[in-house]
Design a protein around this ligand. Structure first.
Ligand code: EPZ
Length: 421
């Protein structure tokens, strides 16, 4: 187990390159199951979730190579349609293989995903979409057993906007017979990128970037290559680090269009943000930040994946701020740990009521999930004295060596091996 040791109080300065988007890569990778050939995905972050997805695809027969942020995935010889519990329990995104396996091979046996740290995360919307396209779905021994001779196009409406279910339905529909229309589709940049990748394989998709996707099924798809988008959540996390430490940084290879609400909220708090091409500059030197309420929403709203980080920011801003999560109503495992650092926060249903304190004080805190651990690192960057963040395997799932990026910006942070298990 590794931990971070952080000495707080240093304003971040300098520039850093944003890595490729984890959540987009996790959708692009299983899409190669829809063709039979060599596919290339560039700008892939070296984070553990990517390696977990690689292991799963190899288990299905994909030949996978990964070096220097470039994935080569050859799907010419798929030998299995079973996604075993050992992979799916580690990463919910494994369920993304369901749609492509069903569409291309007519069968898929996928373990039900384990619940995440902040409560069960169902996949009923994924399964309903497959059934709508004619698949038979059985649940047996913790596995989903899906079968279909040939999927047929359907009208699929999602009562709740779901990134994963939209991705799975899209990957199933592109090889289904006839037309499909997906309404209340997620429009996150990850879904837009997936649709563009599918089109480069020969898929027919209209409405990209909107909540209504129209797909005309084709008989087969070709192999393709794609350059993955930058990680908007990593970029947003580092921008908040700059605001909290009253620093001045530049983010290279960022896509500000994917961060509108985060940028707007940072400006509302008093930070100066400059955009030009793929560089986002944020100047928070001598910033006396204002408290800003946030309510998370589906894209292009304020991302739930930035909720914990914003809570850490508001914990040191004078006055009271309300942070409400409408996507995951109980995504607050970071709060007790922030309170250990001296934050004054109360949870009220799906809102955190934050009363800003002058300073946080270093302590040992425990990561519980990916974005919760990011918020603890942010708090450690400003807490007086030393903060130890334990179980940082959580953060390694979604941030590529975050300590290297922060060190490059001047932070006093180091990774240390521990016996703690
Ligand atoms: C994706 O998860 C992201 N993961 C999550 O990021 C992100 O928090 C989430 O979207 C919301 O933006 C990846 O892209 C790999 P959803 P996903 O289906 O697809 C409910 C991170 O930190 N729902 O959009 O699993 C669900 O419970 C991770 O990088 C159903 O009810 O999320 C939630 O309340 C964490 N039934 C809401 O929809 C379903 O069948 C949105 O979930 C599916 C979802």
């Amino acid at each position: 187990m590794d931990k971070f040791i952080i000495n707080g109080g240093i304003p971040l300065k300098g520039s850093v390159k944003v890595s490729g988007a984890k959540n987009s890569a996790l959708a692009l990778m299983p899409a190669v199951l829809l063709n039979s050939g060599e596919n290339i995905i560039e700008n892939v972050p070296e984070v553990n979730d990517i390696f977990t997805m690689m292991k799963l695809l190899k288990q299905l027969g994909v030949e996978a190579e990964f070096n220097n942020h470039k994935l080569i995935l050859d799907s010419s010889n798929i030998t299995s349609q079973v996604a075993p519990y050992e992979h799916v329990k580690k990463m919910r995104a494994s369920v993304y293989v369901l749609g492509p396996l069903l569409a291309k091979y007519g069968s898929a046996k996928v373990s039900m995903p384990g619940g995440c740290a902040w409560g069960p995360r169902p996949i009923d919307l994924h399964l309903k979409a497959m059934e709508k396209m004619g698949a038979s779905i059985e649940l047996e021994g913790g596995y989903i057993i899906a079968k279909s001779k040939k999927l047929s196009g359907a009208r699929i409406n999602f009562d709740i906007s779901s990134v994963g279910a939209t991705g799975n339905a899209l990957m199933a529909a592109v090889l289904a017979k006839g037309e499909s229309i997906i309404t209340n589709a997620a429009a996150e940049p990850e879904i837009t990128q997936l649709a563009q990748f599918l089109i480069s394989m020969g898929a027919k998709i209209e409405g990209i970037g909107s909540n209504i996707l129209e797909i005309e099924g084709v008989d087969e798809l070709d192999n393709a290559s794609v350059i993955n988008i930058p990680d908007r959540i990593e970029a947003g996390t580092i921008m908040i680090a700059a605001a909290m430490t009253k620093g001045k940084i530049e983010l290279e290879n960022a896509n500000s269009k994917h961060l509108n609400l985060v940028i707007q909220k940072l400006e509302d708090s008093g930070a100066k943000v400059l955009l030009n091409n793929q560089i986002i500059s944020i100047d928070a030197s001598n910033l006396e930040p204002l408290n800003v309420d946030v309510t998370t929403a589906i894209y292009p709203g304020f991302p739930t994946d930035m909720q914990a980080q914003w809570t850490a920011y508001m914990s040191i801003v004078e006055g009271s701020s309300t942070i409400t999560d409408t996507i995951y109503l109980d995504r607050f495992k970071h709060i007790p740990e922030l309170i250990r650092l001296g934050a004054d926060i109360e949870i009220l249903r799906n809102s955190a009521i934050v009363k800003g304190v002058k300073t946080l004080k270093g302590a040992t805190v425990m990561s519980t999930d990916l974005r919760a651990s990011a918020s603890l690192v942010l708090a450690g960057l400003v807490a007086k004295g030393t903060t130890e963040v334990l179980r940082i395997y959580h953060i390694d799932r979604g941030y590529q060596r975050i300590e290297e990026k922060l060190k490059k910006l001047g932070a006093d942070i180091k990774r240390v091996k521990t016996e703690e298990f």
